[in-house]
Design a protein around this ligand. Structure first.
Ligand code: SF4
Length: 230
């Protein structure tokens, strides 16, 4: 992990003309997770994140990036000729104009999902968008950043995602799901943190507890082993 001061922070990112966003990459791949898994999807990765999860696999999006006009981003996405688009990061909501991009992608007739850390307010996100919201577990190192109010805003159109790093993380997440009946509100996803919990172990725990959550492994990691841009 690089020193925190080397990374672009939201306060820096906001100093720009009103119609632009800082973008790390735009690429066509297969959706690797959540309920649209397997669909050809264009990914728009926004630069910057105020969190530092210990397992982060997109630290290359913390800094750098290029300023792009929002209308040009929409045009590039449409140029790929597929129906699904996923806006991700970093933490895309750290750039407030992300909300404008999301609405314009919907207006263009695309099926839009948003991947967000759960640390920032999702209330302003266009209702047409499927929000995939993380709950940071204790062993992520960022559980203190969870924004509890976000969970009350979720609907059946959204998803709540836990990345499990240990048995104690699993028990913490399991207890939260059951205590708050989260599966009644939205789809709940449990993923193993790579090299920390084996997929089989996590699958066995879920089955043993008959937990009403959906196990998932990240398809893009199986196919391309975390290569950027895939
Ligand atoms: S919120 Fe996502 S992008 Fe930010 S540090 Fe955590 S895993 Fe990485």
């Amino acid at each position: 992990m690089q020193p925190a001061q080397a990374f672009a922070q939201p306060s820096q990112i906001e100093q720009s003309p009103l119609s632009r966003l800082k973008i790390t990459e735009i690429f066509l791949s297969l959706q690797g997770e959540a309920d649209t898994i397997g669909w050809p999807t264009v990914f728009v990765r926004l630069t910057g994140c105020p969190l530092r999860c210990q397992y982060c696999d997109t630290a290359y999006a913390f800094h750098g990036g290029q300023w792009r006009e929002i209308d040009d981003i929409v045009a590039e996405v449409l140029g790929h000729g597929v129906r699904h688009v996923c806006v991700t990061g970093g933490e895309p909501l750290a750039q407030k104009r992300c909300l404008t991009l999301l609405a314009k992608l919907c207006d263009a007739g695309l099926s839009v999902s948003l991947e967000t850390s759960g640390a920032l307010d999702i209330a302003g996100v266009d209702g047409r968008i499927s929000r995939v919201v993380d709950v940071k577990t204790p062993d992520s190192g960022e559980a203190g950043r969870n924004r509890a109010e976000n969970i009350d805003l979720l609907t059946a159109h959204d998803q709540l995602k836990f990345v499990i790093c240990s048995r104690s993380d699993y028990e913490w997440a399991r207890d939260m799901v059951l205590a708050r009946q989260l599966h009644q509100r939205t789809m709940v996803l449990f993923s193993p943190s790579k090299d920390q919990v084996s997929p089989r172990e996590l699958a066995d725990w879920i089955i043993a507890d008959r937990l009403p959550v959906r196990f998932q492994m990240q398809l893009h990691k199986l196919l391309w082993n975390d290569e950027p841009g895939r």
